[in-house]
Design a protein around this ligand. Structure first.
Ligand code: SAM
Ligand code: SF4
Ligand code: F3S
Length: 454
């Protein structure tokens, strides 16, 4: 049986889909090249905003409608929306064959067999406190991989559905993570991104080290910097990234680890959400504007080449024009390299949706979104102009999507760099590129040397 996966949402879902695809292949299923070719289609869904759920519901409706002409076809759902809706999904999509929650990914190959044998409307959801299935299988293609190190989230930001759908925090044992990355390196992976919702919380809620057999030099005492050191010591891994970060995790030790360990990329995705203290408090983010900026300043003093990206929400309940102007001014002070800007969307069951009125009009949300996007373009352009004529190391991804005659890769700061390839260049190599031209989110340049072949 041939299957295909459609993935919505964040890197956590990308990672889970990759693990499910690997488990399905190991169980004897074949990956289809496109949807027409697939007898089983699995949608991995996101619940973070209403629009994300609407997209998945729309897609599932269309897929189930194709069963009229292809009655043997099976359709399954996994991910955050599956977890949130439970059995109710079958009221919305009666022809759906199975729905699997975020903590039961490993059950999917078995469910696929059950639906192939004629069962339907199977629902497998574990409670949010249950020990989650860890996504540890990989397809091992390409040269970069995501590795989930921290599952769930214990913060309760007022607007956010993630703690409900991803459950309580669970940190994977360090040995297991190191073994997984060592195996990836043997299969040609050169860059890993460690994933967690508040990734620097790694090892705070459950123990992760076997102290009788420590995998790092113990130069660091906090669990996350220790893990960074241990992952950086794995042969053939050239770059280590992690996401997402919270200002509370930017301890002196973390700053020391990032600035001294050579393989840790100088990039942080440090979600700010708002620049107004009043809104930050209503959001229950746990820091003030001054504390956020203090973290940015400490990080930048230790790493002047650090690139910082962020998430911002516009139109949170009660956000006034003054609050919004505070967010604009935070963007200028923090000099973000990129920002993902979201219009507030009330999510059922979250503290904000239950206790606050969604009182900023859609027109105002749209306008504030556009204003921040324009501000960010200016900010990104200014930051990138400072890179003209400098040399940056680029990990080569391959032909650029827009113009395959040119190739693209990423800088340590996670910026896209576009350049003309040289003979024999392979994805996964690191090249030194002289930057000649920039746009707000892209660098253009020429290769001056190869730092490391694949
Ligand atoms: N854990 C990450 C952090 O705190 O940085 C973020 C995880 S969330 C999956 C990604 C982003 O979605 C958040 O940073 C926030 O900006 C946005 N988001 C979450 N809930 C939202 C909501 N109800 N409406 C609009 N945007 C939302
Ligand atoms: Fe959501 Fe806040 Fe957890 Fe991020 S830290 S996933 S925004 S609750
Ligand atoms: Fe990610 Fe969406 Fe779930 S952002 S954690 S896939 S709700």
């Amino acid at each position: 049986m041939k299957f295909i996966l459609h993935t919505y949402g964040c890197q956590m879902n990308v990672r889970d889909s990759d693990a499910v695809a690997a488990m399905m292949t190991a169980a004897g299923y074949q990956q289809a090249v496109d949807e027409d070719d697939a007898e089983m289609i699995i949608v991995n869904s996101c619940s973070v905003r209403a629009k994300a759920e609407d997209k998945a519901i729309g897609k599932l409706g269309l897929l189930c409608a194709t069963k009229r002409d292809r009655p043997e076809r099976k359709v399954g759902l996994m991910g955050c929306m599956a977890q949130r809706l439970g059995e109710d999904i079958f009221k919305k999509i009666p022809l759906l064959d199975f729905s699997v929650g975020t903590r039961r990914c490993n059950a999917i190959p078995h469910l696929a067999r059950r639906v192939a044998n004629g069962e339907t409307n199977i629902c497998e959801i574990s409670p949010a406190e249950a020990t989650p299935d860890v996504p540890d299988s990989h397809n091992e293609s390409g040269h970069a991989a995501f590795v989930t190190i921290l599952l769930g989230c214990n913060r309760r930001c007022a607007y956010c559905i993630v703690p409900d759908v991803r459950g309580t925090e669970f940190s994977r044992p360090a040995r297991e993570i190191i073994a997984e990355i060592t195996a990836l390196a043997r299969h040609g992976i050169r860059e890993v991104t460690l994933l967690g919702q508040s990734v620097m919380n790694y090892g705070k809620m459950n123990s992760v080290w076997d102290e009788s057999d420590p995998p790092s030099s113990a130069d660091f005492t906090e669990p996350f910097p220790r893990l960074l050191e241990a992952v950086g010591n794995i042969p053939d891994i050239r770059r280590v990234r992690f996401t997402s970060s919270h200002p509370s995790g930017c301890t002196d030790e973390l700053v020391r680890a990032m600035s001294t360990l050579p393989k840790i990329c100088h990039h942080l995705h440090l979600a700010a959400q708002s620049g107004s203290d009043r809104i930050l408090k209503l959001m229950r983010r746990g820091y003030t504007r001054a504390e956020y900026l203090d973290a940015v300043n400490r990080l930048r003093s230790a790493m002047p080449d650090l690139s910082i990206t962020t998430d911002l929400i516009v139109g949170f309940p009660g956000e006034t024009e003054e609050d919004f102007e505070e967010t604009r001014s935070l963007m200028k002070l923090a000099r973000f390299d990129n920002a993902f800007i979201f219009k507030y969307s009330p999510r059922p069951g979250t503290p904000a949706a239950d206790t606050m009125v969604d009182d900023v009009s859609m027109d105002d949300k749209k306008r504030r979104n556009q204003v921040l996007l324009a501000d960010q373009d200016e900010c990104g352009q200014r930051n990138n102009e400072a890179l003209v004529n400098t040399l940056v190391n680029v990990l080569v991804d391959g032909p650029s999507l827009r113009n395959p005659k040119r190739w693209a890769g990423r800088t340590p700061g996670n910026k896209i760099a576009v350049f003309t390839p040289i003979d024999g260049l392979e994805p996964g190599a690191i090249v030194k590129v002289r930057i000649t031209k920039v746009a707000p989110q892209t660098l253009y340049g020429k290769i001056v040397s190869v730092v490391a072949a694949l």
